[in-house]
Design a protein around this ligand. Structure first.
Ligand code: SF4
Length: 300
């Protein structure tokens, strides 16, 4: 999701910035540039950026600038770019303390995080971050299928994601887990969907969402698709992946959404509470009784 920030007139951003749909009303702070991993075969977001942490003074200047015009309005802050959790804890703490000093009504600070980032931090460090205000992580395993995870070069497997997620939970952080329909291709479509549901259950996030793979030209997966070494499942199969995922994912009480612009069927509810209603909607779409988002109106 491309970022648009309602407070951004005074902020400095480098390159295209991205944020989750649920951070549409958040102050976007770009404390890092790019992604420290930057190898996922389907991801084009930060290919033009070399990962670096912005000098602390620059980030604090941005926060001060936003504070001068919006100190009372800011309730949510999303710290960018692709895996800002990679920053050292001391650096994070300075940012988090400045945010809470600047915005008295601040309720939530969040960022994207990878399993690699989480596993690199100790329980004590994660607790320090949470106690200073970092209370929501967006983690995108994309798949629970180890074969798929290896092929898309996620850098972490099923077990890594379970461990990473339990570390975040032990630290008291909320989690939003993101899975990617189509990531297993035609060959691993069913395995990808069922293993993703299993991983969603094991991670037991507060928020759960699916996106749909979009093959972008500059990416390795595009080259594989050109050589016929990766085949994107047809729309019907993607809907079956969604159905399998919803039928089998069993978190305790997750808010589930497929409202990202890449999806063919935007739906939502709580899992497991609303499972039957969501499945009925998917079945209606499979039967052609509910129209799917047109290809031209899908987005990243
Ligand atoms: S970890 Fe996220 S931002 Fe980084 S390359 Fe993978 S999908 Fe892209």
């Amino acid at each position: 999701m491309l970022g648009r920030c309602m407070y951004d007139r005074t902020m400095h951003y480098e390159g295209t910035v991205y944020r989750p749909p649920s951070e549409a009303n958040s102050l976007l702070i770009q404390a890092t540039i790019g992604c420290s991993w930057n190898h996922c075969t389907y991801c084009a977001m930060y290919r033009d950026k070399h990962f670096r942490i912005r000098p602390l003074a620059e980030t604090l200047d941005d926060i001060a600038a936003a504070g001068r015009s919006h100190s009372q309005q800011v309730r949510k802050v999303f710290v960018m770019d692709g895996d800002a959790l990679a920053m050292e804890v001391d650096h994070w703490e300075s940012i988090l303390r400045t945010l809470s000093d600047t915005f008295p009504n601040l309720r939530r600070v969040s960022c994207y995080a990878t399993a690699i980032n989480l596993l690199a931090k100790s329980d004590g460090e994660l607790e320090r971050l949470r106690s200073n205000g970092l209370n929501l992580l967006y983690i995108g395993p994309e798949s629970g299928d180890d074969v798929t995870l290896k092929r898309i070069a996620k850098g972490a497997d099923y077990a890594d994601h379970v461990e990473a997620s339990s570390k975040a939970r032990r630290a008291g952080m909320k989690q939003s887990a993101i899975f990617l329909l189509g990531a297993g291709g035609v060959e691993r479509s069913v395995e990808h969907a069922t293993a993703s549901a299993r991983l969603a259950t094991a991670m037991d996030p507060d928020f759960l969402s699916v996106l749909t793979l979009t093959i972008i030209e500059s990416t390795p997966i595009h080259k594989l698709a050109e050589r016929n070494r990766f085949q994107m499942p047809p729309v019907d199969d993607l809907m079956h992946e969604l159905r399998l995922f919803v039928a089998e994912a069993n978190p305790s009480a997750a808010i589930f959404r497929s409202n990202h612009a890449s999806n063919y069927l935007p739906i939502g509810g709580r899992l497991p509470r609303d499972r039957n209603a969501i499945l009925e909607m998917i079945d209606a779409a499979l039967a052609g009784d509910v129209s799917l988002r047109a290809e031209w109106s899908r987005g990243l």
